[in-house]
Design a binder for this molecule. Structure first.
Ligand SMILES: [Zn+2]
Length: 195
């Protein structure tokens, strides 16, 4: 297969990229500088080779603990729990949350055989035993699995004497944090309620 066809085919495997777009991207890369092409290729390789999970918050990072966990300007007293790294980035982009995070890497879903042990629940509970945390903000997506996971976590966290809040319902039911606009997400965080 010629290089352009190979690149086009590889690009069509990306989410949301059809054949037409893939072809356009491939020709764009062909026409770009060698420096850009090398940088792009290296960035793709680095994602696979240099990314690991932060041992504190479980977010993806290239250093452990990650920059967010090490940031002294972020409050240790509030932890925002999200499903996936993408959700964390969506909230970070709004700039409306200045605490720490915890990434579950999934949700509890009995139908799919995913229980609390299959996601990073124990890591969260262990973090809470340090005594510094005063509030856990549950920012799982407002769909059945996200709600189930939030309720499960509430049951586990309440006995520790820590306040448990849930992002407000500004986010459309069945919606995804990742695709929620920044203003709505900011409102949802500011308007969080006790669960
Ligand atoms: Zn971290």
């Amino acid at each position: 297969m010629d290089p352009i066809a190979r690149l086009t085919e590889a690009l069509t495997k990306l989410p949301g990229i059809g054949e037409k777009t893939a072809s356009r991207l491939a020709f764009h890369i062909l026409g770009s500088s060698e420096e850009y092409a090398r940088g792009l290729a290296q960035a793709i390789l680095d994602v696979k080779e240099r990314i690991l999970l932060c041992s504190v918050c479980m977010n993806i990072t290239d250093q452990d603990p990650c920059r967010l966990c090490q940031d002294p300007d972020r409050s240790e007293e509030v932890i925002c729990v999200v499903e996936e790294p993408n959700d964390l980035y969506a909230i970070e982009k709004t700039g409306s949350f200045k605490g720490k995070y915890h990434v579950l890497h999934g949700v509890i879903s009995p139908l799919e055989g995913i229980g609390p042990d299959e996601i990073y629940v124990n890591e969260l509970l262990n973090r809470l035993k340090g005594g510094k945390v005063k509030e856990v903000l549950l920012a799982t997506n407002p769909v059945v699995e996200g709600d189930t996971t939030a309720l499960f976590l509430k049951e586990q966290i309440r006995p520790l004497g820590i306040r448990v809040t849930r992002i407000a319902r500004g986010i459309p039911v069945g919606g995804d944090l990742e695709y929620t606009d920044g203003a709505t997400l900011t409102d949802a965080i500011r308007g969080r309620q006790d669960l």
